[in-house]
Structure formats: structure tokens, C-alpha cells
Design a protein around this ligand. Structure first.
Ligand code: ADP
Ligand code: MG
Length: 355
């Protein structure tokens, strides 16, 4: 089956598209990957909704529509000349995710009907809400693909996704034993770089490398995340971004960025301590922050980038959505019990088909 995965993560750095040939649950071949930039206005309005919390109803409705149209336009380019395709898995853009006791509210926007309309394909979407309906936390979802792609590489493996948020998957003897979000990966660093320097991110971590740790800010944010019990994060990272920025706005920018990296590394290292993995595999865009990876390597043993295990770090999450769409359309259930806490295996996502 030729399955497409479409997503944009919390970093909102790009609209990402992948085409995979999937012949079975463990037989996934990547045929093509491409990322497209968001239209500038759309991106800044989106950031306002999710970062500044100014989500008036009309604005959210408009964004939901505009995002759907924007993804559909990029999809049209992506599939041009590709011949027969089978299904699309669409994550949408998270504008809110919060665990409130037993209640979990998650919201991804981007109207799927437009993707179906331009492709004539079924679009599978709202994976997180469906997981919550099945008793799960709705996140993280990527561990299911981490096990398939990397699960046999050693006896005890930690797969670490460095996106806006860090999430870890602990795998033992080929089975996921637990998975959780641990805190920001690039979120703090990106936010400071964008607010103070007007750049998208600190390329290769070059600025952070020159800075010193601001101890009070480091302690404050590390303690904040250490005290959170939720296994999935979203809202908390948005709060931390704003607090960290306010707390450090009179400090040198290189010191802020160094501190942001040290916070991410410390939270990750702590979360791996008890498990003592034989192998740590890093994926997500954050692996391109050379300084962050260097610091992770200094504090942990046997750390590799997923590229060295045959899957480019940027492709792991897009593959996930192509895979989930495949499972839904094939009528195969996913078992998220050890991952999100879902009560039983279920068919992932909702189906949208415009005919
Ligand atoms: N060359 C680079 N140097 C530093 N950071 C990078 C580089 N390339 C990508 N990144 C980081 O990766 C992030 C995107 O990672 P991604 O996995 O797409 O995150 P998300 O899933 O949250 O969208 C960027 O926002 C940036 O922080
Ligand atoms: Mg991204």
C-alpha cells in the first residue's frame, strides 16, 4: 500500500509529507519525503493561538479552515505524478494539549476534507482524540513506530524524539515497556531565538555553545518539570517558554540558550537513569543541534542518531502517520496499552472521505 503521512509538530517549523510503501506492519519503505514552509501570516497567527493563548473562537475557526487549505495545497504538489496512492494519515496542528486529573483535552486543527478533496483519498485524522476515547492519554504516539523501526537494535533501548518536546520510549526485549514526554527539547531554545534574535532556531547550537548556565533559571525550569506527574506535555511547555523568557530577558542571549540546552539535557538524562539503556537512539529535528547532541553524549552512554540505524531522524514522525493510516484502512488494531494507557487495542483515527 502506498501511504502518505502528513504532519506539523509543535515546533511549527514546516508542513511535512512522506510517502511510504507499506507491505506489512514491519515492512515499511520510505519512497519520498518533502517539507513545505508555512505561509508567514498563517504561521504567526498559529503561534499566537497556541503560544499566547489568544484563541478567540473566530480565529480558531479561521485557522482550522486555512490550515486545511494550506496542507491541501502542499499535498497537491507532493502527490503530483505519483500514480496510485491509497491513504493519507494527517496529524493536524496541535493548538492545545493538557492533562487535568483524569480528563485530557487535546485539540489538533486543520480541516481534513480539503486533503481528501485534492487527492480523492481517504484521510485518517484525529489520532489523539481517538486514543483518549479509548482510555489513553492521546500522547505520545510515536513509540509504536519506535519499536518497529529500532526495537531489535539491542536488549534495552531508549528511543528519544527531540522535537519541540522530548519524548522517550523505553524498549526491552523488543517490547515497549513505557513511554512519556519528559520536557522541552527545542521549545525553549527556539522560543528565545525567535523572540530575541528573530531567527528560527540556533543553528547547530552555535550560540548556546558560547554561553554559560544561568543557575536560577536552570533550577527553576528543571524543578517545574520534575514536579509534573503527567506523562504527556503540551500546555506545560507553553507556560515554561513564557516563564523562561521573562525570567532571563535581561541575561545574555547566549547564556539563555546554553541554559535552555542544559535544561533539556538534564531532564532527558534524569529520565533515562533508572532504565540504564544499552543503546540510546535520537531522532527528530533536534538531532541537528550539534551542541545539544554533544551534551547528551557527554552525560549518557552509547548515544546514536537514528540515521546510523537506517532511518533519517526527520523521517520518524512522518512515517508514524503513514503507518497509522495504513493500520486504520487495513482494519488492523494498534496496541497502545503500554504507551498511552489505552484500555485495549483499537483502530487508530477517524476516516474522512469526500466523494
Ligand atoms: N541545524 C539545526 N541546528 C539546530 N537546531 C535544528 C537544526 N535543524 C533543526 N533543528 C531543530 O529541530 C526543530 C524541528 O524539529 P521537529 O522534529 O520538526 O520538531 P517538531 O516535531 O516539534 O516540529 C527546529 O525547530 C529546531 O529547533
Ligand atoms: Mg517539525
Amino acid at each position: 500500500m502506498r501511504c502518505i503521512g502528513v504532519l506539523s509538530g509543535t515546533s511549527m517549523n514546516a508542513k511535512e509529507f512522506i510517502l511510504c510503501e507499506i507491505k506489512g506492519e514491519e515492512k515499511i519503505e520510505v519512497l519520498k519525503y518533502k517539507s513545505y514552509q508555512f505561509e508567514n501570516e498563517l504561521k504567526s497567527e498559529l503561534k499566537n493561538i497556541s503560544i499566547n493563548g489568544i484563541g478567540a473562537l473566530e480565529k480558531i475557526a479561521e485557522m482550522h479552515y486555512n490550515l486545511g487549505v494550506s496542507f491541501a495545497e502542499s499535498l497537491k504538489k507532493f502527490i503530483k505524478g505519483e500514480g496510485k496512492l491509497d491513504v493519507i494519515g494527517f496529524h493536524g496542528q496541535t493548538i492545545f494539549h493538557k492533562e487535568k486529573g483524569k480528563t485530557i483535552i487535546t485539540w489538533q486543527i486543520g480541516e481534513p476534507v480539503f486533503l481528501s478533496k485534492v487527492s480523492g483519498l481517504p484521510v485518517i485524522y484525529d489520532f489523539r482524540k481517538c486514543d483518549i476515547a479509548m482510555g489513553g492519554r492521546g500522547a505520545p504516539l510515536s513509540p509504536i513506530i519506535h519499536r518497529i523501526l529500532f526495537g531489535k537494535a539491542a536488549k534495552k533501548i531508549a528511543v528519544v524524539n527531540l522535537g519541540g518536546i522530548t519524548n522517550i520510549t523505553l524498549i526491552k526485549d523488543g517490547e515497549v515497556i513505557s513511554a512519556r514526554d519528559v520536557g522541552p527539547a527545542n521549545a525553549l531554545s527556539d522560543f528565545i531565538t525567535q523572540k530575541r534574535l528573530g531567527l528560527e532556531y540556533d543553528k547547530d547550537g552555535k550560540i548556546a555553545e558560547k554561553g554559560k548556565v544561568i543557575e536560577y533559571a536552570f533550577g527553576n525550569v528543571v524543578n517545574f518539570f520534575s514536579s509534573i506527574k503527567s506523562a504527556s506535555l503540551g500546555y506545560e511547555v507553553e507556560i515554561a517558554k513564557k516563564n523562561f523568557y521573562e525570567m532571563t530577558k535581561r541575561e545574555k542571549v547566549e547564556d539563555c540558550l546554553r541554559t535552555a540546552i542544559e535544561i533539556s539535557v538534564a531532564l532527558l538524562t534524569r529520565s533515562l537513569k533508572g532504565f540504564k539503556p544499552d543503546l540510546v537512539i535520537l531522532c527528530g529535528g533536534g538531532v541537528r543541534n550539534k551542541f545539544m547532541v554533544k551534551r547528551i553524549r557527554e552525560d549518557n552512554r552509547n548515544v546514536f542518531i537514528s540515521d546510523e540505524f537506517g532511518v533519517k531522524a526527520e523521517l520518524v514522525e512522518p512515517i508514524l502517520f503513514a503507518f497509522l493510516a495504513y493500520m486504520r484502512i487495513k482494519g488492523k488494531k494498534v496496541d497502545m496499552r503500554k504507551i498511552t494507557g489505552a484500555k485495549k487495542p483499537y483502530l487508530p483515527g477517524k476516516i474522512c472521505k469526500v466523494v
